[in-house]
Design a protein around this ligand. Structure first.
Ligand code: PBE
Length: 298
């Protein structure tokens, strides 16, 4: 993992001080380091296995102006740490970002326009099952088929989970939305402790959705095990029948490559939520609006 050192940040700061001191007011604007230079032509990313990582790699190829830029992967927590320190110092930073995520509540951020459309339109989150799950467990399948909610629901759990466990946040949400939840299980016979392997991702959005559907299934008599794995592993596990069902994949863009690869070996049950977004994200105080404003090295 390549970490930005404080030394580097210092040197950017002192370089611009120096420029300001030597250049005077008329020329200092022209001589100010470009966004690319200030960022060392680096986008701050998350886990290597995330769909947004692959999509950003594609953007690096598709945008001519990103020729010479690099995506620095680490972890979501690492990215959040770098965002927090850049933001605190009002320094530039470009992250791989998505919503729903609480970073948009914590900081004033914006998605950069994506004229090439690499990051796609707002997406859907899909429910998917292994082949044979419907035949083996028709009642569980029926509940999964009914499961459908809104971005705001997911977001409220993600926010609440900043101060409590996801299980507790999900339980509170269920209590407040009992009618919606009842409509998912209405008329479906209770189970007798049959086990379900639920596949999920290690991101808060999926911790939220998986916590909700786990409690709903368990309240209905099922015994649920959550498998938190990388997208590539989840699709493989679904195709091999090691995981029964998931409510995690973002489509058509974020996990689209996996659906293409495994589409014939899994059952796509369609969207359970609409309106997620991925892209390159910067603080509002940065004076750029588009991915095309990220300049290539000269
Ligand atoms: N995410 C959250 C994931 C999917 C859900 C956008 C970080 C990704 O694969 O990129």
């Amino acid at each position: 993992m390549k970490m930005k050192t404080p030394i580097k940040l210092l040197s950017v700061a002192s370089a611009s001080l120096l420029l300001a001191a030597c250049g005077g007011e008329e020329t200092s604007d022209n001589e100010e380091a470009s966004i690319g230079e200030q960022l060392d032509y680096t986008i701050t990313g998350i886990e290597p296995g995330a769909g947004i990582t692959a999509t950003t790699e594609r953007a690096l190829e598709e945008y001519d102006n990103l020729d010479g830029w690099e995506l620095e992967t680490s972890s979501t927590a690492g990215m959040m740490g770098q965002l927090d320190s850049a933001y605190g110092n009002e320094e530039p930073i470009v992250i791989t970002g998505w919503t729903p995520h609480y970073k948009f509540e914590q900081y004033d951020l914006k998605f950069l326009e994506d004229p090439e459309g690499t990051f796609g339109e707002p997406e859907f989150v899909h429910t998917m099952a292994r082949m044979g799950f419907e035949e083996d467990m028709p009642n569980a399948y029926a509940i999964m088929e009914n499961f459908s909610w809104e971005v705001d629901d997911m977001q409220s759990i993600m926010l609440a989970a900043q101060d409590m466990e996801f299980d507790e946040a999900a339980a509170n949400w269920i209590e407040e939305n009992q009618e919606t939840v009842d409509s998912w299980t209405e008329g479906i016979e209770e189970a007798n402790g049959e086990s379900i392997e639920l596949g999920s991702f290690p991101w808060d959005s999926e911790r939220a959705s998986s916590a909700v559907i786990t409690q709903v299934l368990e309240d209905h008599g099922f015994d649920v095990t959550v498998n938190n794995v990388d997208p590539s592993i989840l699709f493989q596990a679904l195709a091999q029948g090691e995981v029964d069902v998931t409510v995690a994949p973002w489509l058509p863009t974020t996990q689209g490559a996996y659906l293409e690869e495994y589409g014939d070996e899994i059952v796509d049950m369609g969207p359970n939520m609409e309106g997620t977004v991925i892209g390159l994200v910067v603080p509002e105080y940065m004076e750029i609006d588009s991915i095309e404003d990220l300049n290539a090295p000269e």
